[in-house]
Design a protein around this ligand. Structure first.
Ligand code: SF4
Ligand code: SF4
Ligand code: SF4
Ligand code: FES
Length: 953
């Protein structure tokens, strides 16, 4: 690719302690065994012509352009498929080779449109380069049969396939199978008529293709090409940044013309993604410049008033005055903040600093509360650190993967593809999930066990797995004796050995047959390397924290922690949910998970920040809502988070928000929460600012500004202005200065700086004197807390139970093309794949209720009801229904209850008892929502009465 100077060595690098030495055009070269001649030649700067080979894929040997001669061998072997051998003497140039290559190129070019000058790949086409390389000037076969009249497939919203430009190198086919693992492409026919087809449909859109773009990146010509490049031309410059969607944290190169983003290309050097991406990060970035962006601050006195655009100065001074008034009138504790897992580490740090230092309270919480707070708590209790133990690459050394309550191919697609690569190499998979997720049975991957448990019974299942390990002598006694607290282990062993935890006893609760549980436990414990990956299907339960501890217990008991290939790995939801937790977003913790009551830490921050700090934990989000309804909490600053849509029990949240006197929302769109706001501060997208995100592997990566903020200021600048207006001075000139402060004050970040990030690409914390380059694997020689601590995990059934009125269990999840509350993805062409949230139900449950595919069904729980379109799905088990939550009007959280995790208040989104019935019209809530929403949109457009807010003279 022209923007990336890195030279493609044609075949993947090999790792081996055994080396061979050969000569290529007389130059000696030593390479690991298994290296191709082509790769070896590249090592000494010899660039053998090639078309079907790329270092990102295994060689295929189809184009025959890369032929070479080897001394004492007959013929002209292809250098991409010929392995280097000891003593080999290779020549890469001769008259014979020249003629052969030119012949190959003539054949290609004779069947290729000769429109290089106007082609979208002009200047970035390997076919064009190779024609030049072999000195091709004229083509002889132009009158023969060709494919030039074939029509392009433009069905995919983001890229097109033009068969006329296809040279059938099969790079796309290999990318789809080897990298993405979807196997959507095949080479149809043979010989001359051979072309690429997308399997399972008439075109790309209707096929099994998941629009990851790997084939487009692999294509050497303009046959597969981004529509944005076809329409706007080749990009001119490239800036490396990090995807702002999910916790995989893919490194992407933003390719631009000036400040105009032309395409996002996954970065081959990205530590998390190694050159791969998914449909969201790669293609769904158009929201960043969507017309719905609000770029001027706005104020109103009441939520029934029209919005009035004002200057930044007026808006900031108004918020400062209001917050001071509220604290004067109702007390210091009457205000607080919510940080964002979408914003950068630096921005999150600043919001909690503003709250603690400028507001003088600890009322700061984060949206991570509603997803992975039990991970933080559970892992801290057992292992001593609130984060996953591995890097993503670790999965390539796992022998058995236990996947619990996570759906990586939809929720964490790039990691899902990695996992599939490992499974295709032979690793075994155990899936514990109420629903048959894709990984249970995808091309070339079939789970060894699918433990189809009932929602809400995780802890009973993990205890049953542990029981088998303890009672069948599968404990790694050496590891436990060396690494774990002996008393805690003895207590746990006695607890878990009790017959009530036997799989036979818990089968009635979990619904999983005991033989399956026993077999799965033996498989996991007997593996060389057993790795556990889990998601929100673990945390979002009344026993979320218990389950996380149960997972850690299982890993410790089997010695599966502290080396590559094993570990306990939460798949984090949002791009910066790990970072927002690390940065001190919780009301009881300073950055680095240090309790506010800890004297030494507090003194450290007091002296750095120059103010006294409270030693009392502040309010959590649900407490803020309760206090608001009770009349003691009046002002809230929400940065980049849509609590009105994402928090449980929507009606309760709306009532709480409506009772506030000053709600300040900072976001790129007028989100659901902003419809209750008095002040709107326009946010900046990740393309408009510098900063860092921290992904699920604790990997800190840079985001880099590629365009100026549409609303003048990045979010951290607005927070800083507010702090100054409140009389607490902040004077950061650049986010790197904020990171320097974080590093100074947080032991796990001591070695982090923008200079180091530029040097290393990314850094996995802890990064400090002991680990100057970061820490891919944690707890290697000892646990962060010293000895690992087994915790007792008694199963307590959730209060949310089925009965005759609510006989079904509703659980929730994500879909690949949409993202969380959907504010971004709903504003892109991704809606083509998921235009609405649907309710999946088992055919039996559907038949019992006379529900057909596509019917509207009412979903009623004890908390509320909503209406969704039904999809009959054999993925479900009878008695369990499922929906996603990407569209606000779907009201998934109108139905979910107020139950939450006992330790962290993480809502129990995954278990709601419901009834489902056919209906003809939207629910009362949906009608009310539509009405309210419409009214709020009208207030955005209507002309306010002039002169309510003026800049101070
Ligand atoms: S579409 Fe591109 S990558 Fe695929 S076979 Fe054709 S030229 Fe090769
Ligand atoms: S976009 Fe991805 S899934 Fe679709 S055909 Fe290409 S490689 Fe396969
Ligand atoms: S896997 Fe996640 S981080 Fe990577 S491109 Fe997709 S959404 Fe972005
Ligand atoms: S590059 Fe070796 S055969 Fe195509």
């Amino acid at each position: 690719m022209s923007l990336h100077c890195h030279h493609d060595r044609g075949t993947p690098a090999r790792v081996s302690t055994q080396k061979v030495t050969l000569t290529i055009d007389g130059a000696p070269v030593t390479v690991p065994v298994g290296t191709s001649v082509m790769h070896a030649a590249a090592e000494v700067g010899i660039d053998i012509p090639k078309l079907c080979a790329t270092e990102h894929l295994e060689a295929f040997g189809s184009c025959r352009l890369c032929v070479v001669q080897v001394k004492d061998r007959r013929g002209f072997p292809a250098s991409c498929t010929t392995l280097a051998e000891e003593g080999m003497e290779v020549s890469t140039e001769s008259d014979a080779l020249f003629r052969l290559r030119r012949g190959v190129m003539e054949l290609y070019i004779s069947d290729h449109p000769l429109d290089c000058l106007t082609c979208s790949a002009n200047g970035n086409c390997e076919l064009q380069d190779m024609a030049g390389r072999v000195g091709l000037r004229e083509v002889r076969y132009v009158d023969g049969a060709n494919h030039l009249a074939e029509t392009a497939d433009v069905s995919n919203p983001y890229f097109a396939y033009d068969p006329a430009k296809c040279i059938v190198c099969s790079r796309c086919v290999r990318a789809c199978s080897d990298i993405q693992g979807t196997f959507a492409l095949t080479t149809s026919e043979r010989g001359f008529d051979s072309r690429i087809t997308a399997a399972g449909g008439a075109d790309f859109l209707s096929s099994e293709c998941v629009s990851c773009g790997a084939c487009v990146a692999a294509c050497p010509t303009a046959a597969l090409m981004e529509k944005s490049v076809i329409e706007q031309g080749q990009p001119q410059r490239s800036v490396t940044t990090t995807c702002a969607y999910c916790g995989v944290g893919c490194s992407l190169n933003a390719e631009l013309q000036g400040e105009k983003l032309i395409r996002m290309v996954p970065d081959p050097n990205g530590g998390a993604n190694h050159g791969h991406a998914c449909v969201k990060g790669r293609f769904a970035w158009g929201y960043a410049t969507h017309v719905d962006r609000i770029t001027t601050p706005m104020i109103r006195l009441s939520i029934r008033d029209p919005w009035q655009p004002v200057s930044w100065e007026v808006a900031i001074n108004h918020v400062a005055a209001e917050f001071k008034r509220l604290q004067g009138q109702y007390g210091a504790e009457s205000i607080g903040s919510i940080t964002s897992s979408r914003c950068s580490n630096e921005e999150t740090y600043l919001v909690q600093k503003l709250t603690r230092a400028a507001f003088g309270v600890n009322n700061v919480d984060t949206c991570a509360r509603v997803c992975h707070s039990p991970t933080g708590y559970g892992l801290k209790q057992t292992l001593g650190e609130s984060a996953g133990t591995q890097d993503f690459d670790s999965v390539m050394q796992a022998d058995v993967i236990l996947l619990i309550g996570a759906n990586p191919t939809d929720g964490h697609p790039v990691f899902g593809s990695r996992m599939k690569q490992r499974l295709r190499q032979g690793a075994k998979l155990i899936v514990a999930d109420p629903r048959a997720i894709d990984l249970v049975d995808t091309p070339h991957v079939r789970a060894a066990h699918h433990l189809k448990l009932l929602p809400g019974t995780n802890v009973a299942l993990i205890n049953a797995l542990a029981h088998v390990i303890v009672s069948e002598g599968l404990v790694d006694e050496y590891f436990v004796a060396e690494r774990c607290e002996p008393q805690a282990f003895a207590k746990w062993r006695a607890f878990i050995a009790d017959p009530r935890h036997a799989p036979e006893a818990s089968a009635a609760v979990t619904g999983v047959p005991a033989v399956e549980v026993r077999a799965a436990a033996r498989l996991y414990a007997g593996a060389g390397n057993g790795a556990i990956y889990y998601g929100l299907g673990v945390t979002e339960h009344s026993q979320g924290s218990t389950m996380v501890m149960g997972i850690a217990n299982l890993a410790m008991a089997t010695g599966n922690i502290g080396r590559p290939g094993v570990g306990v790995n939460p798949l984090r939801g949002q791009n910066n949910v790990q970072g927002s937790c690390d940065m001190g977003s919780f009301p009881h913790e300073f950055p680095g998970y240090r309790h506010v009551s800890d004297e030494i830490t507090r003194k450290l921050f007091e002296s750095a920040w120059g103010v006294p700090l409270s030693d009392e934990p502040g309010l959590r989000i649900p407490n803020m809502f309760d206090a608001a309804l009770a009349g003691s909490f009046k002002g809230l600053y929400v940065q980049g988070e849509d609590i009105a849509q994402s928090d449980p029990n929507t009606q309760h949240v709306s009532a709480a928000l409506e009772s506030l006197e000053c709600l300040v929302v900072q976001d790129i769109f007028l989100n659901e929460t902003a419809k209750y706001a008095h002040v709107f501060l326009p946010g900046a997208s990740f393309l408009e600012k510098d900063g860092t995100f921290t992904n699920a592997e604790r990997r800190i990566s840079r985001i880099r500004k590629v365009m100026r903020p549409l609303a003048t200021y990045a979010d951290w600048e607005a927070t800083q202005m507010l702090s100054n207006a409140l009389g607490y001075p902040m004077h950061y000139g650049h986010p790197s200065e904020i990171m320097d402060e974080i590093a100074r004050l947080t032991p796990t970040f001591h070695g982090v700086s923008y200079a180091r990030l530029d040097e290393l690409g990314s850094i996995q914390w802890p990064c400090n004197e002991a680990h100057p380059d970061g820490t891919p694997t944690m707890h290697v020689d000892e646990f962060v807390r010293g000895k690992g601590r087994f915790m007792l995990t008694e199963y307590v059934a959730t209060e949310e139970r089925v009965n005759r009125r609510f006989p079904l269990l509703l659980t929730t999840g994500r879909i690949l093309s949409q993202y969380n509350v959907g504010a971004q993805t709903r504003r892109t062409a991704n809606t083509i794949w998921h235009p609405e949230d649907i309710l999946e139900l088992h055919p039996v449950d559907a038949e019992d209720r006379g529900v057909r595919d596509g019917d509207w069904v009412g979903v009623q729980s004890r908390a509320g009801d909503t209406v969704l379109r039904a999809k009959i799905s054999p993925r479900m088990q009878p008695g369990v229904v499922y929906t996603t939550f990407h569209w606000p009007g779907s009201g998934a959280n109108v139905v979910t209850t107020e139950n939450s995790d006992w330790a962290t208040n993480c809502p129990e989104y995954k278990v709601t008892a419901v009834q489902v019935a056919r209906v003809e019209q939207p629910s009362a809530w949906q009608k009310e929502y539509a009405h309210f929403s419409e009214a709020q949109m009208a207030l955005l457009k209507s002309e306010p009465e002039a002169g309510q807010f003026h800049a101070p003279a």
